[in-house]
Ligand binder design. Structure first.
Ligand code: GMT
Length: 380
């Protein structure tokens, strides 16, 4: 099958899911065409089935706001025709779903049928998408998509709540881990470098947006650090980073916090981590925490959104109400200060992560594409 994947080229979230999905599909013999404004961060392999099309946006003095959606739509029309794609799969509704639906309409006028699959990832529903200026466009695009998926049950519920899509069937296909590429590695020398005195390594990965509550991460760490020798690794970058660095200084823990910035080899860092913190205000799924669990790292998180579908209370970690910094610190200390319990949680984290193995999830996407590309559905 020839599949077009439209995504953000980002280091985390929907961009990573789309890229890992595309890579896996290409290994399964499908031809995959990525469409984005920059090469996706994890598109790090070369194989005969993988292609990348960059969306260039016209610059013209009139355009204070470059018309990205129009460029994307035009690119999609041309790519579908030139590459003879069977299906377009867009990740993150804004503006990918509406661009794909417009491209579909244009192609229909030329006698070409292209099924569109829209995967909703989180903030395209819970934060940005439901804004009054976006809602009618997102609702329309969802209704006009040939298939719609969300990455958790909770996100499906929010989608029905925020958009006018009550008659649309939405399938939950959770995020996944490719264990052949992402699992715990032996990196003891690396651990010695970061934690020379065998301190506990607490990790958080995010885009440092307010929704992630990185300030909570720092405050939780402060309470842990008061009791146990520990270091905090804050991986990623984003708008809150400056504030977070200041907070670390104010709390007198700056020397115990490491800011490596955006990283490709997240699995190597997770491999030496003892605990992962995810106190988000909202999280449709929490892929960063699943990646930690795949590297045998227990997770202490908030119970927001779809997190409880992935992190199991008292098994792979603990969940507390959003903002319960003290509670999350107590749970963290509980796990770290009891080696036997820590070991059990590490093993359980891996067991839980295996429920989201790519080998289980990939066929769900393939079945969906197949159902849309049966001979009776192609060519209108
Ligand atoms: O977390 C973000 O702010 C990035 C965002 C994205 O779309 O890139 O992540 C969302 O999609 C991820 C992949 O499906 C989910 O694991 C995240 O939970 C989700 N983020 C939120 O819902 C805040």
């Amino acid at each position: 099958m020839k599949i077009g994947i439209v995504c953000y080229p980002t280091f985390g979230g929907s961009g990573v899911v789309a890229t890992e999905l595309g890579k896996a599909l290409s290994m399964h013999g499908h031809q995959v065409h990525f469409v984005a404004y920059k090469q996706p961060a994890r598109m790090d392999v070369f194989n005969n089935n993988l292609f990348y099309h960059e969306v260039n946006v016209s610059v013209y003095p009139l355009f204070d706001y470059p018309p990205y959606e129009t460029s994307l739509t035009g690119h999609l029309v041309n790519i579908v025709k030139n590459e003879k794609l069977d299906v377009l799969h867009v990740h993150y509704a804004i503006p990918h779903a509406s661009a794909a639906i417009f491209a579909k309409e244009i192609l229909r006028s030329q006698g070409i049928h292209i099924p569109v699959v829209t995967t909703l990832h989180g903030t395209d529903v819970t934060l940005v998408g439901k804004a009054p200026a976006f809602e009618p466009v997102v609702s329309y695009s969802i209704n006009k998509s040939d298939a719609v998926t969300t990455v958790s049950e909770d996100l499906r519920r929010s989608t029905y709540e925020h958009f006018h899509v009550k008659d649309k069937e939405i399938q939950v296909i959770p995020n996944f881990i490719d264990f052949e590429k992402f699992s715990k590695q032996k990196k003891e020398h690396f651990k010695k470098l970061i934690a020379p005195n065998d301190e506990f390594l607490i990790t958080h990965t995010s885009n440092f947006r307010k929704v992630k509550r990185v300030d909570n991460v720092v405050n939780i760490f402060k309470l842990i650090n008061d009791k146990l020798p520990s270091k905090l690794l804050l991986i990623g970058d984003g708008p809150e980073r400056g504030n977070i660095e200041n907070l670390c200084k104010e709390l007198g823990i700056y020397e115990s916090v490491i800011f490596p910035g955006k990283q490709d080899a997240v699995d190597e860092i997770l491999s030496v981590s003892d605990l992962f913190l995810l106190p988000s205000e909202n999280e449709s799924f929490g892929l960063a925490a699943l990646e930690a669990m795949a590297c045998e790292v227990p997770v202490v998180s908030s119970n927001a959104g779809g997190i409880p579908e992935m992190n199991l209370e008292g098994f792979s970690g603990y969940l507390c109400p959003v903002g319960d910094v003290a509670g999350m610190a107590v749970r963290s200390i509980e796990i770290l200060s009891d080696p036997e319990k820590h070991d059990t949680f590490k093993k359980n984290a891996l067991v839980q992560a295996h429920k989201f193995d790519l080998k289980i999830i990939l066929p769900l996407y393939e079945e969906m594409y197949n159902s849309l590309c049966t001979p009776s559905r192609t060519n209108v």
